[in-house]
Design a protein around this ligand. Structure first.
Ligand code: GLU
Length: 265
């Protein structure tokens, strides 16, 4: 079943985390981006459609100006995101251009998803871009979304995007390999769970076994994103973004991470 879900997916939202997109020095990993773009091109040639949700603006901003001297300062962080967003889109534009693909930037906030009028506008823009074969690249509008009023993080933004578009698969490229049955940093025998259908009971089990495990590596927001996507019948995969040809492999049904499958499937 796991293989079929990914192989049959025609409308795919892919979220790229900062750690996948950037090298350890904070610069955008051109090698990753080039390979990623060629895999997305392959999907498009197969008649599939792709929307990207990309993090990395903060990291790219810090790398661009070569300093992060006031990293605790919220306004400074927002300024870095504003700088980095340009670098991010410039890198995506240059890379996808080599494959003859145009990209579009979409910056969203929590209020946009709270309002039905705005949500409809987002939906219409996404559909129009898809009709034209353009790849939308979504990020949170960090200038106006401070911590207190944030969507949460880009995992949740990606789930919201998948719901609004009516995607049939959501892929989170992450620094983690998947969801473990216990916290891998404290349990040497922790295993990745290949498929999860009941998120609630998993959450309960994880917090009973080890209260830290639901917090580690952003797992909490991944479970929240999965709940949202699954609620609308959209399967979600969490996988390590640095795996070679990760997108191509998923599209062929070869999944190494964790698949959250909606109950009805
Ligand atoms: N919008 C932030 C950025 O591009 C990332 C938020 C997140 O990864 O959750 O740096």
């Amino acid at each position: 079943m796991e293989a079929t879900i990914a192989r049959d997916a025609k409308k795919i939202v892919i979220k790229i985390g900062s750690s996948t997109l950037t090298s350890p020095d904070g610069s955008i990993d051109k090698g990753f981006l080039d390979s990623f773009a060629s895999q997305v091109k392959e999907l498009m040639d197969q008649g599939r459609k792709v929307i990207l949700v990309s993090s990395g603006a903060g990291a790219a901003g810090a790398n661009t100006i070569g300093k992060w001297s006031r990293k605790g300062d919220l306004h400074y962080k927002q300024a870095l995101c504003a700088i980095g967003q340009v670098e991010l889109m410039d890198s995506y534009r240059r890379t996808f251009d080599q494959y003859g693909i145009h990209i579009a930037q979409i910056l969203l906030t929590k209020e946009d998803f709270d309002s039905s009028q705005r949500t409809m506008n987002i939906r219409n823009t996404l559909f129009t871009l898809m009709d034209e074969g353009v790849i939308p690249i979504v990020n949170e509008n960090d200038t106006v979304s401070t911590d207190e009023i944030k969507i949460g993080d880009n995992d949740i933004l990606a789930a919201n995007t998948a719901v609004v578009w009516g995607a049939d698969l959501l892929v989170l490229l992450s620094r983690i390999e998947g969801i473990y049955d216990s916290n891998p940093s404290t349990h040497g025998d922790a295993h990745i769970i290949p498929m999860i259908e009941d998120i609630d009971s998993l959450e309960e089990k994880l917090s009973l076994a080890d209260p830290e495990s639901t917090k580690a590596g952003g797992i909490k927001t991944k479970l929240k994103a999965a709940k949202l996507a699954n609620k609308y019948g959209i399967p979600m995969i969490v996988v390590n973004g640095k795996i070679e040809n990760v997108i191509k492999r998923i599209a062929e049904g070869d999944i190494e991470g964790t698949l959250f499958a909606p109950h009805s499937k």
